[in-house]
Design a protein around this ligand. Structure first.
Ligand SMILES: Cc1cc2nc3c(=O)[nH]c(=O)nc-3n(C[C@H](O)[C@H](O)[C@H](O)COP(=O)(O)O)c2cc1C
Length: 205
């Protein structure tokens, strides 16, 4: 690419908030990127019918995950299960309870390319029965977390972080797991400025 063309292309990029979808990054693309991104936001979030928010097209945790990625310039990866949870809240509650009882590891689709390149990983999830959904643990077990700093964040409808940070520390003993951020799901969904302020305060700490 000619130098002038390159400069024009660079000028067209936003100055900050360059979050990229890590799921679409492959070895070749990463090699061609100007700098290696060391921060990743990985999250699970469910659409469909949920408590206090009705039928949602974008999950509450997804909204917060995107705010964090935009603010930090992190890559973004969404955990997706092979078999989607029910769109019905009542049915999903039962599915989640069964998975928790069985300590299940539901299969997930795809993976983060070049997980090794990240040293700070924000992990986001809804609180399900006091802890992250079991598919988050499926993701944990796919990777080597030694030396990583993990920053948990969740959305919930009353439990706050519940037992999730404890569960993550137990699952990832080789990582340093910081204190987490909890935002009420209906705030993320219906009051973006309030959710953004909570995110900004947490990131500023
Ligand atoms: C299966 C299931 C279990 C839940 N368990 C809890 C819970 O234990 N405590 C709580 O505060 N909220 C609970 N909730 C509410 C969710 O944590 C909340 O709606 C969250 O914002 C959903 O995030 P999402 O849209 O990213 O999936 C539960 C919701 C579902 C669907």
């Amino acid at each position: 690419m000619k130098r002038t063309t390159l400069l024009t292309a660079l000028a067209a990029l936003p100055l900050c908030g360059c979050a990229q979808d890590a799921s679409t990054t492959n070895q070749t693309e990463t090699a061609a990127m100007p700098a290696t991104n060391r921060t990743l936001v990985v999250y699970y979030s469910r659409t469909g019918e949920n408590y206090a928010v009705g039928n949602i097209a974008e999950g509450n945790t997804a909204i917060v995950a995107k705010m964090i990625a935009a603010k930090t310039g992190a890559d973004l990866f969404e955990i997706k299960t092979e078999k989607a949870y029910a769109a019905s809240y009542d049915v999903c509650i039962e599915e989640a309870k069964k998975e928790l009882r069985e300590d299940a590891r539901p299969a997930i689709v795809g993976d983060v390319a070049n997980f090794d390149q990240y040293d700070t990983i924000y992990v986001g999830y809804p609180i399900w029965w006091g802890v992250p959904p079991m598919c988050v643990f499926t993701f944990f077990e796919k990777h080597d977390w030694a030396g990583k700093t993990v920053k948990p964040f969740c959305t919930h409808e009353g439990s706050g972080l519940g037992g999730s940070v404890r569960a993550i520390r137990k699952a990832l003993p080789a990582a340093t797991v910081t204190d987490g951020l909890a935002i009420q799901g209906q705030t993320a969904q219906n009051d973006r400025p309030a959710a953004q302020s909570a995110v900004d305060r947490w990131l500023g700490k």
